[in-house]
Write a protein that binds this ligand. Structure first.
Ligand SMILES: [Fe+2]
Length: 265
């Protein structure tokens, strides 16, 4: 199995602080069947100023340590880019996932629809493939892009019904005009978080991840692991929850995102 999104590199972002903890994360991933991990520290100008050369060196160093310890896990360098207003500068020297054309990106909590669309256009113009990290966790991706007022109307109705014990109108995956759909139409691929399946991020995220899976939206999954403790607690329940969905298990076991050659440069 391949973990497409993991903050396993030590002391580079808000992931593990020490090599010992990174090794512990690696052991946990191997124990449940992972054999490859894309090391994807945050890249966020002003907060996590990681550069490709730095990530490549850190990945090679961790790979050497894994070999020394006899942990059978293959690493490749990557990055998790924030689609914020500074992203175009970072795109000048992108770190893709390994030697693929995939660029892992996340939608910032406070981004606008226009900013996200513009950044995605830039990625595609550069000949790269945007891979959206954990879309199920983003409220913006589940907003109605053409008629944002419908979202607020639905929100009002949902809150009104929720106060009266009804739940149906709170479902935000029904309009067909979601930003997520629009981005997929543009060529974005989607990476789901394993821990979303076990409700680690709350009930709404859990509903969205299942809805996305059932609609066939996901191309791959990642642990999005940030530390040994959370991984130890969350990984097994997440895999157990995912095992209820045969299509999810198939995606997890895929050696590549899709048949074909687009993964190579
Ligand atoms: Fe992440």
């Amino acid at each position: 199995m391949i973990d497409w999104h993991c903050h396993i590199l030590p002391a580079i972002d808000d992931g593990p602080e020490t090599l010992t903890e990174s090794l512990e994360m690696a052991r946990l991933l191997v124990a449940v069947g992972f054999r490859r991990v894309h090391c994807t520290p945050h890249c966020m100008l002003g907060r996590f100023d990681n550069r490709p050369s730095q990530v490549q060196r850190a990945t090679a160093a961790l790979q050497r340590a894994l070999r020394r310890e006899g942990i059978p896990l293959l690493l490749s360098p990557g990055m998790e880019y924030s689609l914020d207003e500074y992203f175009p500068v970072l795109l000048e020297q992108p770190q893709t996932l390994g030697d693929s054309r995939l660029l892992l990106v996340e939608v910032p909590w406070q981004a606008s629809v226009e900013l996200v669309l513009e950044n995605v256009r830039l990625i595609i113009q550069r000949g790269l493939i945007p891979l959206l990290a954990h879309p199920e966790r983003s409220d913006l991706l589940h907003m109605d892009t053409l008629f944002p007022q419908r979202r607020s109307f639905k929100g009002l109705v949902g809150r009104w019904l929720a106060r009266r014990g009804a739940a149906a109108a709170t479902d935000d995956c029904v309009s067909g005009l979601l930003l997520q759909d629009q981005l997929q139409d543009m060529g974005c691929l989607l990476q789901g978080n394993l821990l979303s399946f076990s409700g680690c991020y709350g009930g709404q995220v859990q509903q969205r991840v299942v809805a996305n899976l059932e609609k066939g939206c996901y191309n791959c999954f990642g642990s999005d692991g940030h530390g040994a403790e959370s991984l130890a607690a969350g990984l097994l329940p997440a895999l157990q929850a995912l095992s209820n969905y045969p299509q999810g298990t198939d995606i997890l076991k895929r050696a590549e995102l899709r048949p074909g050659s687009f993964l190579s440069n």
